[in-house]
Design a protein around this ligand. Structure first.
Ligand code: MN3
Length: 252
């Protein structure tokens, strides 16, 4: 006899879902090579295989203070980013052509998909990239990348100035980017959750650094003072990580 008893109104698919939930609660893993924390897996809808999940922050939520306060980090990661992940999984489940694709593949062909998929695939990629672009106390650029900054912008200060201008002048919600484009460094910005990896982006390239200038990223501490948030942010940029991205992009 089935563990669910006889005559229950479960359809076979629902029984599978129930069974998987129980299994996941017990051991915290999902089949298909995807490892998830139990709490995280419990939030998933299970319309199909779980493709995307919220990555943990690489530091504590208070580790970037005073540049970014703990409450902002908590809400930004566990609510906003989680919502992009959940809604991306929903959008993929509703789009057969999107299934089985990596996040980068979705972005590269995003013009073929729904606005929901575009916004949430972008949201998931951008935030994952953003968390890894920061480090408590920041770090220094490696030599090759420091040279590239000098030839592209004359100095780090000039780079920060140009990047800050792009971040301040992006109207409404969006992102500022430092990208590698045809071997050279460039600065641009994008609206909403778009990014330079998208086929429909105004400026395309390989992102090396990105700054979230949505109000949810800074409003609790800075309110309307976006420029102050940008200035403070430089103290926690992980330039070593940006240098690694530069090296990889130059090789690719
Ligand atoms: Mn955000």
């Amino acid at each position: 006899m089935s563990p669910f008893g006889k005559g229950l109104k479960f359809k076979p698919k629902e029984i599978m879902k129930q069974h998987r939930r129980t299994f996941i609660k017990a051991v915290g893993i999902v089949t298909g090579g995807v490892i998830l924390a139990p709490g995280l897996a419990g939030q998933s809808a299970f319309a199909g295989p779980v493709e995307f999940s919220l990555p943990p922050l690489p530091y504590k939520t208070n580790a970037l203070e005073p540049a970014i306060d703990m409450k902002t980090m908590e809400i930004h990661h566990s609510k906003h980013h989680q919502a992009y992940v959940n809604n991306l999984n929903k959008a993929v489940a509703e789009s057969p052509a999107a299934q089985g694709k990596s996040l980068e593949q979705l972005l590269a062909g995003v013009s073929a998909f729904s606005p929901a998929l575009r916004n949430n695939a972008g949201g998931h990629w951008n935030h994952t990239f953003f968390w890894k672009s920061m480090k408590p106390g920041g770090s220094m650029p490696a030599k090759d990348f420091a040279n590239a900054i000098e030839s592209g912008f004359r100095s780090m200060d000039e780079l920060k100035k140009a990047f800050g201008e792009a971040a301040k002048s992006r109207f409404g919600s969006g992102w500022a980017w430092l990208i590698l484009k045809q071997g050279g460094l460039e600065i641009c910005s994008s609206p909403n959750q778009d990014n330079p990896l998208m086929d429909l982006a105004e400026v395309k390239g390989t992102p090396l650094l990105g700054l979230d200038v949505w109000e949810h990223a800074y409003y609790l501490k800075y309110q309307n003072r976006r420029a102050e948030y940008i200035d403070a942010w430089w103290s926690i940029v992980d330039w070593e990580e940006v240098s690694r991205r530069y090296d990889l992009a130059m090789k690719g």
